[in-house]
Design a protein around this ligand. Structure first.
Ligand code: IPM
Ligand code: MN
Length: 386
């Protein structure tokens, strides 16, 4: 440990992180994120112990389990979770996504899905930015809305379901009974936004705006079509903002209009406060506008254990080819460092990523940007600059 480290308040801090590389390119990109986090943390004299967990397609196909209860207790002992991606063509869509990813978000009540989007040097964007730079962040509610996991298909025109659900802040009990005449098959899925749920994500969005030095939070809604669900969301969010954050303007934009404006003026937004489903969709749009999924980082944050994962999925088509871009995972590692109080390390990673991209020749860039640098080469190039 050098003198510089000894003066640092983080010097000597040790963190234990649960690593779930998961499926496909998750395996490859997470290695690079770990390398970057180790290098950056050592700048502050902090260190990471990585404890690997095998959850994902292979484990499921072998054992039939997605996320066992025993693992949840064990995970609690860590400082954070770093996750690659889950999803595999050999497993029916939804099983791993619900059984692992959504389960983790719900069990640990990770109510914030934070997805920043930033222009990086030498990353071509599909839409001209008009000289501006994208620097926006989706603050997505991560536990409610259409993601309650309450739905059923009625083949015979009649649906009877008992609801018995435990969530971080409440339990939900009840009954859903629907009869359609004439008897045709139908499906129903319950979306729910609660007062407490909207309040806490709104506060998080406002605190994010404050940290960014901004006075506007865009509330993403669709109250013209779904007045109960999203009317409630936008009114509850608006009230929290005017009562508690007088300096901030809560600007309501319907999600369809937001898509239109985002495509035409991608650099004109800041904090985007979204209900769960819209946040999922807008974060992909935002990633596309900034240049690609390979640079889109994400964090699932709660009061307990938080989880850091790139926005992208397992990309089975390029898994094992070395073509995966690890930048999204590396930047997710930076979000983890920031969450753990290692601000200097987090910035070191972010600066290293943009420094590497700025200085890179075409061939030294990730395949995603017409380069020829493999996943580990990109990781090495970033680490060298940390
Ligand atoms: C995401 C993903 C998940 C979501 C899927 C895999 C369930 O698209 O993290 O954005 O919808 O939240
Ligand atoms: Mn998504």
């Amino acid at each position: 440990m050098n003198e510089k480290n000894e003066k640092n308040e983080n010097s000597g801090r040790k963190f234990s992180v649960a690593v779930i590389p998961g499926d496909g390119i998750g395996q490859e990109v997470i290695k690079e994120a770990q390398k970057a986090v180790d290098a950056a943390a050592s700048l502050e004299g902090a260190s990471f112990e990585w404890v690997g967990y095998p959850f994902g397609a292979a484990h499921y196909l072998k054992t039939g389990e997605t996320l066992p209860k025993s693992a949840i207790d064990e995970l609690k002992q860590h400082s954070a979770i770093l996750l690659g991606a889950v999803g595999d063509p050999a497993v029916k869509p939804g099983i791993l996504e619900h059984g692992i990813l959504l389960a983790l978000r719900f069990v640990f009540d990770q109510y914030v899905n934070l997805r920043p989007s930033m222009s990086l040097p030498n990353v071509p964007t599909p839409v001209p930015l008009g000289g501006g730079k994208i620097d926006s962040v989706v603050v997505r509610e991560n536990t409610e809305d259409l993601y309650m996991g309450l739905g059923a298909i009625a083949q015979e025109g009649e649906l009877e379901a008992t609801i018995n659900l435990e969530r971080g802040k409440y339990s939900l009990r009840g009954h859903l009974g629907l009869l359609i005449s004439p008897h045709v098959p139908f499906a129903a899925q319950i979306a729910l936004n609660s007062g407490g749920g909207v309040a806490r994500i709104t506060r998080y969005a406002c605190e994010t705006a404050r940290k960014r030095g901004e006075k506007r939070v865009t509330i993403v809604s669709k109250s013209n079509a779904a007045p109960a669900l999203y009317g409630f969301f936008e009114e509850s969010a608006g009230k929290i903002i005017s009562d508690e954050y007088p300096e901030i303007t809560g600007e309501v934009v319907n999600v369809d209009a937001l898509c239109y404006h985002l495509v035409r003026q991608p650099a004109s937004y800041g904090v985007l406060l979204c209900p769960n489903l819209f946040g999922d969709i807008i974060s992909d749009l935002q990633a596309g506008l900034a240049g690609g999924m390979g640079i889109a980082a994400g964090a699932n944050i709660g009061e307990g254990l938080s989880m850091f994962e790139p926005v992208h999925g397992s990309a089975p088509d390029i898994a094992g080819t070395g073509k995966a871009n690890p930048i999204a995972a590396i930047l997710s590692g930076a979000l983890m460092l920031r969450h753990l109080g290692l601000e200097r390390s987090a910035s070191a990673i972010e600066n290293a990523v943009s420094g590497y991209m700025a200085a890179s020749q075409r061939r030294e860039r990730p395949f995603e940007f017409s380069g020829e640098a493999s996943c580990s080469m990109v990781g090495d190039a970033v680490v060298k600059r940390i």
